[in-house]
Design a protein around this ligand. Structure first.
Ligand code: ZN
Length: 112
């Protein structure tokens, strides 16, 4: 019955390998989740540092904060272009999109 023994050994080996693969996948997924949590915290630390920079406090990373400020200015310009294309402006009171000819904000009622 050497053949049957060999078959059993082979089957066990395959089962172990499949189990190992599943286990490794699960562990890699857990590592991924931990990295995500770290990245979220990095982001929060970065935002806090940038807020300090904007408030005029020196927290280091000034060069990087300046680059963020440039990117924010670019976003502002791009958003302005979108408003122009859509023929609307943002309500100064609540930020809602209001038609250029509209006298009052339909969202908050503020005079435009
Ligand atoms: Zn409004």
């Amino acid at each position: 019955m050497a053949f049957m023994d060999d078959l059993k050994k082979f089957t066990n080996k395959v089962a172990k390998k499949t189990g190992d693969t599943v286990e490794v996948s699960k562990l890699n997924m857990s590592i991924s989740q931990e990295r995500s949590k770290i990245n979220k915290l990095y982001s929060e630390i970065g935002k806090a540092a940038y807020e300090e920079y904007k408030a005029g406090n020196d927290v280091g990373f000034t060069d990087k904060c300046e680059v963020i400020a440039e990117h924010e200015a670019t976003i502002e310009q791009l958003q302005q272009k979108i408003l122009e294309i859509k023929n609307v402006k943002n309500c100064p009171s609540c930020g809602a999109e209001v038609g250029l000819e509209t006298g009052f904000c339909p969202q908050c009622g503020a005079k435009q």
